[in-house]
Design a protein around this ligand. Structure first.
Ligand SMILES: C=CC1=C(C)c2cc3[nH]c(cc4nc(cc5[nH]c(cc1n2)c(C)c5CCC(=O)O)C(CCC(=O)O)=C4C)c(C)c3C=C
Ligand SMILES: [Fe+2]
Length: 408
C-alpha cells in the first residue's frame, strides 16, 4: 500500500484521527495526480478532481454498479445540498476512504454509522463515480427547464425495441466502476443512504467483464456472445478524436456542459440459447469479424483496418462503422450482465451498453437507427431498457461540486 490511507488504516485511527486524516487526505495532492501515475495497480485510486469526470476515458475497470434515481424532494435547495454531500462522499470513496469522516465504527453508538462498512479493509480498487442528469430533471420542479441542453433530447423510438419503463430513464444517474464489485456496490449503497428522503432508486444494474477497452494499454475483452468487443472503440490516447467526438463545448450551446459528455445506456438482452446453436460461420458474418482473433472479415489480425465492402451488408460492424454515419464515433464502455434466469429455463443475460459522446442526436441516434433497421444481430438481441443523461464536467477542487455550473 502506498502512502495514501487505506480504509483499514483509517479504521485503526479512531474517530478524532479519522476526521483529521480524512480532511487532510481530501486536500492532498493524491486526488489531483495524473491518472497513469496514480493508478499503478488495480488497488490504486484514480484522481477524483479534474477537468472531466473520471469514469469516461478512464481505462475501463472490470465491474459496474449503475444506478438511476428519481428525485423525490421538490425543493431545489435540498437537491443542491444532496449534490454537495454526494460530491464530498465521492471524493472520499474514490480514494479508498469511508463515505463519512466517522466511518462505519467510529461514531456515536446511538447514531447510524456514516459508512455501511462492507468495504472496510478494501483499497480504492480504481473506483470511479460519474454522475449524469436525465431529461426529466429539467421539468418544472427545480426551475431548470431553460437550462436543458438541446443535445439532451429524448431518444426516438427505435424499431423493434421493447423498453420496460420501470428500468428506463431517471432524473439522475451514477455510474460506479471498480476492479472489485464490493467496492462499486458499497459506493452506490452509501450514496443512496446519503440521499434518503431526497432521492429514491428507480433502477440499478450490476455488470462484469467490461465489454470495451478504452485505452490501447488494455486487451480487448469479450462479450457474452464470445466476441472481442471494443477493438475499434475510441481510446483515451486518441486526443484529437476525443476533443471532436466526446467532450461537449460551450459553443455547442450549453455553457454549463463544457467539458462534460452525454451518456446513453441500453440494457440489451441476448437470446444466448439461440446464439449458441448458430454456426460459427454465421456468427462471424453477423459481426463481420472472426471469433478467435477478432480480425475483420478478409483480414488476419484484430487491429487490421476493416474492409467494409468484404462484409455482408447487414453485418454489425459494417452498419455501426463511423463511415456509415458521417464519421460519428462513440466511446463505448459497456458491461456484461447476468441477472440469473428468467423462469423459463433461459439465462437472463446480455450487454449493458454504455456510450459517451458529444451529442447523441448526431452519434448514438443515427447509429442505433441504422442498426435497428438492418442489423442481422437483431435476431438474437432485445433492447429492454434505455437512458440518456448529461454528465457535467469534472469537479475542480474541494470547493466545487457535481453540477455547480448548472445550479450556481
Ligand atoms: C448504437 C450503437 C451500438 C449498439 C447498441 C451496439 C450493440 C452491440 N454490439 C455488440 C458487439 C460488437 N460491436 C462491435 C463494434 C461496434 N459496435 C458499435 C455500436 C453499437 N453496438 C460500434 C460503433 C462498433 C465499432 C464499429 C467499427 O468502427 O468498426 C464489435 C466489433 C469489435 C469492436 O470494434 O468493438 C462487436 C463484437 C453487441 C453484442 C451488441 C448488443 C448486444
Ligand atoms: Fe456493437
Amino acid at each position: 500500500m502506498n502512502e495514501r490511507l487505506s480504509r483499514r488504516k483509517v479504521f485503526g485511527l479512531g474517530a478524532a484521527g479519522v476526521a483529521a486524516a480524512g480532511a487532510g487526505a481530501i486536500a492532498s495532492r493524491s486526488l489531483l495526480q495524473e491518472p497513469a501515475a496514480a493508478h499503478a495497480t488495480t488497488a490504486d485510486p484514480f484522481p477524483f478532481y479534474g477537468e472531466h469526470q473520471a469514469g469516461i476515458v478512464t481505462p475501463a475497470q472490470d465491474r459496474l454498479h449503475f444506478v438511476a434515481f428519481d428525485v423525490v424532494t421538490d425543493k431545489r435547495a435540498e437537491l443542491v445540498d444532496l449534490l454537495q454531500e454526494w460530491t464530498a462522499a465521492a471524493a472520499r470513496l474514490t480514494q479508498g476512504q469511508e463515505a463519512g469522516a466517522l466511518g462505519a465504527a467510529g461514531g456515536s453508538p446511538e447514531a447510524a454509522p456514516d459508512d455501511t462498512g462492507e468495504a472496510l479493509g478494501l483499497p480504492a480498487s480504481g473506483l470511479t463515480l460519474t454522475i449524469g442528469f436525465g431529461p426529466s430533471l429539467f421539468d418544472r420542479r427545480f426551475g431548470l427547464a431553460a437550462r436543458r441542453p438541446a443535445a439532451l433530447a429524448d431518444l426516438p423510438k427505435f424499431p423493434g425495441e421493447q423498453l420496460v419503463p420501470e428500468i428506463s430513464g431517471g432524473d439522475l444517474c451514477v455510474q460506479a466502476c471498480a476492479h472489485d464489485p464490493q467496492v462499486a456496490v458499497h459506493a452506490i449503497r452509501n450514496l443512496t443512504r446519503i440521499g434518503f428522503g431526497k432521492v429514491s432508486v428507480r433502477w440499478s444494474q450490476l455488470g462484469f467483464g467490461r465489454t470495451s477497452s478504452t485505452s490501447r494499454a488494455q486487451v480487448t475483452p469479450r462479450n457474452l456472445m464470445g466476441f472481442k468487443d471494443g477493438t475499434n472503440n475510441m481510446k483515451l490516447e486518441d486526443a484529437a478524436l476525443l476533443r471532436d467526438q466526446l467532450w461537449a463545448r460551450a459553443e455547442d450551446g450549453t455553457g454549463w456542459m463544457a467539458g462534460g459528455s452525454y451518456l446513453v445506456t441500453r440494457k440489451i438482452r441476448m437470446i444466448v440459447e439461440t446464439w449458441d446453436r448458430t454456426s460459427l460461420r454465421e456468427q462471424e458474418e453477423i459481426f463481420g469479424r472472426s471469433k478467435g482473433e477478432g480480425a475483420p472479415v478478409g483480414r488476419k489480425n484484430e487491429f487490421d483496418p476493416v474492409d467494409l465492402a468484404a462484409m455482408k451488408p447487414d453485418a454489425h460492424v459494417r452498419l455501426a462503422h463511423p463511415s456509415s454515419h458521417g464519421g460519428a464515433h462513440l466511446l463505448r464502455r459497456g458491461y456484461n450482465y447476468v441477472d440469473g434466469s428468467d423462469g423459463l429455463g433461459r439465462l437472463d443475460a446480455g450487454l449493458f451498453f454504455i456510450a459517451y459522446q458529444r451529442d447523441p442526436r448526431k452519434q448514438f441516434v443515427p447509429v442505433q437507427m441504422g442498426l435497428a433497421k438492418a442489423d442481422r444481430l437483431n435476431e438474437y438481441i432485445k433492447h429492454v431498457s434505455s437512458g440518456v443523461f448529461a454528465c457535467p464536467p469534472g469537479v475542480r477542487d474541494a470547493g466545487d461540486y457535481w453540477g455547480r455550473a448548472l445550479f450556481g
